[in-house]
Design a protein around this ligand. Structure first.
Ligand SMILES: [Zn+2]
Length: 294
């Protein structure tokens, strides 16, 4: 009995250290993604107001603005300062959108909603997770380290829905898989007399998810497959996404600041390569998991 107790103590200490190590690594990673960045105009009426890797976009119109993604709860002061630096008012944000309901993108939504008074629009599956602070997320639900302040959703989006504010029109694409309700948008802008399609692509990576017999998300493989088909059909000129690393945010911003002749964010090839790469990664993983189950 005594021996068992000592073993139990050791085991508890080990598990505690391990979880301490994991959350320390996670915190470190979070901080790296949340470094301040000088805000800038990307193209047309679209501005970058996010952090070094967790992105946030401001789409301005004379009738108010649209803000996509809040970053972490800790990103909100940066967004606030960035919007002001660009000469816009946070109170003029009328619509809040979220690419997917994970704490590194939606953690600050509750605070941003308070600061702006804007309406939050989300897909049906993500709305549930946003409103329960991540508790019902199929992968991270129940893990405190991944929870966030719950936020009320004001309008449920439909696939293909056009979101209109002033002269801005955003088309909604359901790109489910990374979360059950991950969502992307496109909009058209003009620069130097040329029209460009801008895509705001949700996280579409597969993390450590299991695709075969997943009781918490039975349609996960079908959803991912559909998502990659949807992405392939989008003819994006300007590729933006939820993490800067997906589209070389830092490098492109540097080129833009250095006075690049053509806007480095106009990168249809980069978009196509990204879609091909994530599709292939998913297909390989799916095949391996299916083979493992046999
Ligand atoms: Zn995520």
């Amino acid at each position: 009995m005594k021996k068992n107790f000592a073993f139990l103590l050791k085991l508890t200490a080990f598990v505690f250290c391990l979880s301490g190590l994991i959350s320390a690594q996670k915190l470190d990673g979070d901080r790296k993604m949340n470094q301040p960045v000088e805000p800038f105009k990307i193209i047309g009426n679209i501005y970058y107001v996010g952090a070094s890797d967790v992105t946030s976009y401001l789409i301005t119109t004379p009738k108010g603005h649209i803000l996509i993604d809040s970053g972490f709860a800790e990103t909100v002061p940066q967004i606030k300062a960035n919007v002001a630096k660009l000469g816009f008012k946070l109170e003029d944000v009328k619509i809040l959108l979220i690419n997917h309901a994970h704490y590194d993108h939606c953690g600050g939504l509750a605070e941003l909603k308070k600061l702006t008074g804007a309406r939050l629009l989300a897909s049906p599956p993500d709305a549930i997770v946003l409103e329960d602070g991540g508790a019902s997320d199929f992968r991270f639900g129940g893990d405190q380290a991944f929870s966030f302040t719950p936020v009320k959703v004001d309008e449920i989006l439909k696939d293909g829905q056009e979101i209109k504010l002033g002269d801005a029109v955003l088309k909604t694409y359901f790109t489910f898989g990374h979360t059950k309700g991950a969502t992307s948008w496109t909009t058209d802008v003009a620069e130097n007399g040329t029209k460009y399609k801008v895509a705001f692509i949700s996280s579409v990576t597969t993390l450590d998810y299991s695709f075969v017999d997943n009781p918490k998300y039975p349609t996960i493989a079908e959803d991912f497959t559909k998502t990659y088909q949807t992405l392939e059909k989008i003819k994006a000129d300007v590729f933006l996404s939820s993490h800067g690393g997906f589209f070389d945010l830092t490098e492109k911003a540097q080129k833009l600041r250095a006075g690049a002749k053509t806007n480095p964010f106009i990168d249809p090839q980069g978009y196509q390569s990204f879609v091909a790469q994530v599709t292939r990664q998913f297909e390989d993983k799916l095949k391996a998991q299916q083979a493992g189950k046999k």
